[in-house]
Design a binder for this molecule. Structure first.
Ligand SMILES: Nc1ccn([C@H]2C[C@H](O)[C@@H](COP(=O)(O)O)O2)c(=O)n1
Ligand SMILES: [Zn+2]
Length: 197
């Protein structure tokens, strides 16, 4: 029997950033999936979100287009950013003094809401829009408001989630509570994700 503790675990930052990346997988945006995860001072996750259209605005009816002669036919006028969704999805009274883990540096509109919700720190992965006005404005506001922002440099390029590692045989078990389409609650196979979700 093993007598020493495991040392090859992921650290807290990897854990929370990975949660943000996992949330991003839910986004229907065909070009950019962004996730955000909000963590309180006790290292408890208090909010998580990804970019998508507001409730009631169908993913199938509203446009995902990036460019059009008609701005009303682009996604930009409709999409809620991951950061805002994470804040709105909070399961705590507030997000005061929390840290937000997010895949992409927040835009100016999200920065305003991050500041006003009293989030104290932003840990981001990519700053690929650093040269754009919305990022420059966001940093200017964060600096003025005392919101710290730190780029996360991952130790690994990938964290693999392998559903089979706990029990290979469970993959072959008959689902306990089949849904309409025959898949158990909480179990989505790749075909279902791509076709129906
Ligand atoms: N910090 C950010 C930046 C972007 N997003 C969302 C908003 C759009 O759905 C998409 C950006 O689209 P693109 O211009 O890359 O096609 O990402 C966000 O949620 N948070
Ligand atoms: Zn934003």
């Amino acid at each position: 029997m093993e007598s020493h503790k495991r040392k090859d675990t992921i650290d807290w930052t990897e854990y929370f950033m990975a949660m943000a990346f996992l949330a991003a997988k839910r986004s229907k945006d065909p070009s950019t999936q962004v996730g955000a995860c909000i963590v309180n001072e006790e290292k408890r996750v208090v909010g998580i979100g990804y970019n998508g259209f507001p409730t009631g605005c169908s993913d199938d009816e509203f446009p995902w287009t990036k460019t059009s002669d008609n701005p009303l036919e682009t996604k930009y006028l409709y999409v809620c950013h991951a950061e805002v969704n994470a804040i709105l999805n909070k399961n705590s009274t507030d997000v005061k003094n929390c840290t937000m883990y997010v895949a992409l540096f927040p835009c100016n509109e999200c920065a305003k809401i991050i500041i006003q919700s009293a989030i104290r720190e932003v840990v981001y992965m990519s700053d690929k829009h650093a040269h754009k006005e919305h990022t420059i404005a966001a940093k200017r506001m964060f600096d003025a408001a005392g919101v710290r922002y730190t780029q996360y440099k991952p130790r690994h390029s990938q964290i693999v989630i392998d559903f089979t590692e706990i029990d290979w045989d469970s993959l072959n078990q008959v689902p306990a509570t089949p849904r309409k389409n025959g898949t158990a609650d909480g179990c989505v196979d790749v075909a279902e994700l791509s076709l129906n979700d």
